[in-house]
Design a protein around this ligand. Sequence first.
Ligand code: SF4
Length: 331
Amino acid sequence: MKLYKSLSGVETKRDDNKSTTRGGEQALLEVKNLGISFREYKSGLLESKLQVIRGLDITVNQGEVHAILGASGSGKSLLANAIMGLLPENAEVTGTINFRGVTLDSESQTMLRGKEIALVPQSVNSLDPLMKIGKQVRASIKEKNKKYIQRNIFRKFRLNSKVENYYPFQLSGGMARRVLASTAMVSGAQLIIADELTPGMDEHSLQETMNFIRDLANEGRGILFITHDINIAKKIADKVAIFYAGTCVEVASTEDFSGSGKSLRHPYTKALWNALPQNGFTPLAGSQPFIAELEKGCLFEPRCPYATSVCSEEEPESRTMTGGMVKCYHA
Ligand code: SF4
């Protein structure tokens, strides 16, 4: 481990053994063994910890759209907030988050936020209620011709030119989401994290947005695209990470989501794929466990048709398999 000047000018640690992927190129974002827990107080001053994310590994390369797919409560938005340095004060983070080979800390996260790393948040409440929309978007633009750039991005997101003079309360949910997306896209950030960007968008806006995201990736940016919609993930992404109960159980290429799903590695991913109407509509019994009530062993074991006795003893480790990653003893 050596000390380096980080992108924010702060001295920080860089692990040269772990920061490259894909043909020796440096990964844009590399999340290694991430754990997040929250301190809570029970019965007066008795402190306890609630572990909500465990053993999470994600790598995003330049020019790549990396989807994160999972149900509500699987940890998708927590990952986004951990990368941005936006977790609440009672959060404890373990593991490392590297951006361009530099391990992030709270100081560098503050410096990079909105400049090199931008978030399109899930909540539309992050817009300033007292500032006109156009002004809010222009505040993220570094170039001189701000108004031109803002109007251009509004056209791409099918936002009427009048919208720049609106206040947030005058926007529908779908419009507000497109405004938030515009803000992130014009920021010039190299890594864009889009957290549930597409709900509420009509078909045309959805297609335009997906095209635009693809264009940004083709320019060399990295996109972390968080969604619960497998069809959208398949259309837009190069690879897909599947989250379940606070961990990543599989990373698959988009091509693996085809036919009967036989290229998919984890039983949960296969079940999600086969639950789609076009793939047989086979329901998956049970529900994702509540994070405070996790048993030892594989978290999917109570719902898994392939479980054996080893599955309930210890949680499987991640392993690479057919060009992807899986956490399962019998994949
Ligand atoms: S480790 Fe066992 S229980 Fe878990 S997904 Fe694999 S087969 Fe199923």
